[in-house]
Design a protein around this ligand. Structure first.
Ligand SMILES: *Cc1c(COP(=O)(O)O)cnc(C)c1O
Length: 228
């Protein structure tokens, strides 16, 4: 059995290798450790292994962990799961990033509810890149309007895009999806100053995502083991 610290090391090595083979600098890809459903003791193990960025999917669970670990002020907390409008306040008060914003109503509430005492909330727009009916994420036809809206909000900083590509694609589908995403990212990246994040790639497609320009991979299983 490998420890969390050992699996974290392997994940970092995997990122470095994928970046190098894509002719990109290793430090151009950040590692978000996805700790959803895992206990605070697991987060502590990863923290002691040097990890500082953690992602949570469920608001209630995430907020409890943020509060419990509030003495570790150098952790950067990312909300990566769906946020209902009755949960925006508690998210705006506890997280550093929200990667799953996909509509104006949620963005407006996060902006209004971000405390003045905190720095602007970092936001990624989740895009429904494969146009799946069941998936969250803004449709590509509505992306421009949402970019413009978020960019005008004082308490939000628009950092980039997040996507969860379709599971088990063919190689060809995967390449097409990741290339399209990269093209859309580049379009905004060249014109918006803080737009520097393309959050794509999980345990199973990390290398391919890095090959296609991902700047942040979100890894759960490969670090913390299977979830129940
Ligand atoms: C669970 C989850 C991940 C991590 O997935 P793994 O396959 O466990 O690496 C990444 N992103 C999102 C949005 C998730 O919900």
């Amino acid at each position: 059995m490998q420890t969390i610290a050992e699996r974290l090391d392997s994940a970092r090595k995997g990122i470095d290798q994928a970046a190098t083979s894509a002719h990109r600098p290793p430090n151009s890809v950040k590692l978000l450790a996805v700790s959803k459903t895992k206990p605070v003791s697991d987060i502590m193990e990863a923290y002691e292994g040097g990890q500082r960025m953690f992602g949570e999917n469920y608001v209630q669970e995430g907020v409890e962990k943020v509060q419990e670990l509030s003495h570790l002020s150098d952790i950067e907390w990312h909300m990566i799961g769906p946020v209902q409008s009755n949960k925006t306040k508690v998210v705006a008060e506890h997280f550093d990033w929200v990667q799953s914003v996909d509509r104006e109503k949620i963005a407006r509430r996060l902006n209004e509810q971000r405390p003045d005492s905190m720095p602007p909330l970092n936001v990624c727009i989740q895009v429904n890149i494969d146009d799946e009916e069941s998936k969250s994420g803004v449709a590509l036809s509505e992306l421009d309007a949402l970019v413009e809206f978020i960019n005008s909000q004082k308490h939000l900083t628009l950092r980039g895009l997040m996507a969860i590509p379709k599971a088990d694609p063919s190689e060809e589908q995967q390449r097409a999806t990741l290339s399209k995403l990269k093209e859309i990212f580049d379009h905004y990246h060249t014109s918006l100053s803080n737009f520097d994040t393309l959050s794509v790639g999980m345990s199973s497609d990390m290398a391919e995502a890095i090959q296609h320009g991902s700047t942040m991979v979100r890894i759960g299983t490969a670090i913390f083991g299977k979830r129940n």
